[in-house]
Design a protein around this ligand. Structure first.
Ligand code: AMP
Length: 495
């Protein structure tokens, strides 16, 4: 079905064409007609399904029918990154119109955001906390809102935003259109929709979430302490060209980024302890292919939309199946193809089994030929006496391998952001991370295929079940030795 049959304004159709959208995705085909007719919607849409355009296009169309000068649409999102991404989508889709937008989120100055309120931008994209900060001031008014979007409602609920959302609602006119988008539909979301929406049209309500079409998924069994070097090896072999890599904690994100940099991989990190400027720099550097790897915690990665992203790596197995689905949805967005690799250590097998039950199939196990699965864990560094004697209670920190077994950084030194020669090199990331030479490490810079600028990729659909990742041996289902002998390779696969 072509876009033009949806009855959208010609200026929007032109933008859609220029963005290379050949036809509406299923969620767009289902959501746009009732939204254009003014109905409320409860839409169950996965990340990467094209859900943002599914709510923005009808809203922009309706905004074009009424007079400007007041803020008439509000999109509430759980994270800053997602807010920034949605604003980017507003600007792209409305490029041939006079419609304006602004994002309102924490970590950056209030003044430009205040200006957006005062000038009455047409569309505000906001996180609930910062929006409420503004709403304590008289310049901030939401009384002309005609269209409200609750995006990633399940995630906002998980993040404890429900009380803030309730407070935002007090500032909104009761006569409005409300579109609720959520990847999953737990009971509280259904209750929210009953309370806040009027006869909502259910769209694409799925009983069970599933990863977006086109994702090739594989599991790499590996001992916890060998995970960083397995990632380095996959990058070195060129099996992974660039990747968004998820870790369980901010600390592990920091340490992994440091290890990658020590091995000559251009890597940046993004998590809640990073300033907004650092997050923006990391994301921009990754999008422009300056960084080959972006290490992220789950929450921070919400809203990251890097078209043509080839790989998502779950460095740690997500604790909940929904998080797995969200994460792997970062690749293969809008039905392009992508790979999602999950590193699993024995302690994480139970979580993986839960994910496999939720997605309804067992994922192929993969071993990497020639990778040293037997490498011993790094020695634990002895506690530093001076630290343990002098540090006040509660602040003593023992340097060494973390409990999860990741290699401890060698005694660090601060290097300026610069490159040294590739052999034995230390390559600092933009934030001058603390690095040190890797004892005995393979310091050859990992292989890099020519890196195309990351851009929109649409069209081809991969077969989720067929192909395994390139140049790896796929083992039969069943436990594979984590640090024990890998099973003999059954053969190579290539795509
Ligand atoms: P999201 O809106 O987060 O689900 O992500 C959608 C991604 O797919 C973004 O990169 C969009 O630019 C892209 N996209 C949205 N709609 C389409 C479409 N109809 N055809 C191709 N790509 C699309």
């Amino acid at each position: 079905m072509p876009f033009k049959t949806l009855g959208l304004h010609p200026d929007l159709l032109r933008a859609v064409r220029e963005l290379g959208y050949a036809q509406p995705t299923p969620i767009q085909a289902e959501a746009i007609p009732p939204a254009l007719a003014g109905h409320d919607l409860v839409a169950c849409a996965m990340t990467g399904s094209g859900k943002t355009a599914a709510f923005l296009l009808p809203i922009l169309h309706l905004l074009l029918q009424s007079s400007r000068g007041r803020t008439r649409a509000l999109v509430l999102t759980p994270t800053r990154e997602l807010a920034a991404q949605i604003l980017e989508d507003v600007n792209e889709l409305a490029v041939h119109t006079a419609i304006t937008g602004a994002a309102v989120f924490g970590g950056v100055g209030m003044a430009p955001q205040e200006h957006a309120f005062r000038t009455g931008v047409d569309v505000l994209v906001a996180t609930p906390g910062r929006l409420l900060d503004h709403l304590t001031h008289s310049y901030a008014k939401l009384d002309s809102i005609q269209h409200l979007v609750l995006d990633e409602a399940d995630r906002m609920l998980d993040m404890g935003f429900l009380p803030q959302i309730r407070r935002v609602f007090k500032h909104l006119p009761s006569k409005r259109q409300t579109l609720l988008f959520s990847a999953t539909m737990p009971v509280p979301i259904v209750e929210m929709s009953r309370e806040w929406l009027r006869n909502p049209v259910p769209v694409n309500v799925q009983r069970q979430s599933a990863p977006a079409v086109g994702i090739t998924q594989a599991v790499y069994p590996v001992a916890q302490h060998a995970k960083p070097l397995l990632l380095v090896e996959l990058l070195r072999r060129g099996d992974i060209n660039d990747a968004l890599v998820f870790t369980r904690t901010k600390h592990r994100a920091d340490r992994l980024a440091r290890t990658l940099v020590q091995h000559g991989v251009d890597a940046a990190r993004i998590h809640g302890n990073r300033s907004q400027a650092q997050r923006t720099e990391a994301l921009a550097g990754f999008k422009s292919a300056r960084y080959r790897v972006l290490v992220a915690t789950d929450i921070a990665a919400r809203g990251i939309d890097v078209a043509a992203l080839g790989h998502v790596v779950n460095f740690d197995v997500p604790a909940a199946p929904d998080d797995y689905i969200h994460r792997v949805g970062r690749t293969a967005r809008a039905e392009a193809t992508g790979d999602a690799y999950t590193f699993v250590c024995p302690e994480e097998e139970a979580d993986l089994a839960q994910i496999e039950r939720a997605i309804g199939r067992r994922l192929p196990r993969v071993t990497v030929p020639d990778f040293d699965y037997h490498q011993p864990p790094p020695p634990k560094a002895a506690p530093r006496e001076a630290v343990s004697r002098k540090a006040p209670a509660g602040r003593t920190r023992v340097r060494g391998a973390d409990p999860a077994g990741e290699p401890a950084p060698a005694a660090g030194r601060k290097t300026p952001a610069r490159r040294q020669s590739s052999r034995g090199s230390v390559e600092a990331d933009a934030s001058s991370t603390t690095v040190a030479p890797v004892p005995g490490g393979d310091r050859r810079p990992p292989a890099r295929r020519p890196a195309p600028a990351r851009r929109l990729a649409t069209g081809s659909q991969g077969d989720d079940s067929a192909a395994g990742p390139a140049t790896v041996a796929v083992t039969p289902a069943g436990p594979v030795g984590y640090g024990r002998s890998p099973r003999p390779a059954k053969g190579r696969r290539s795509r």
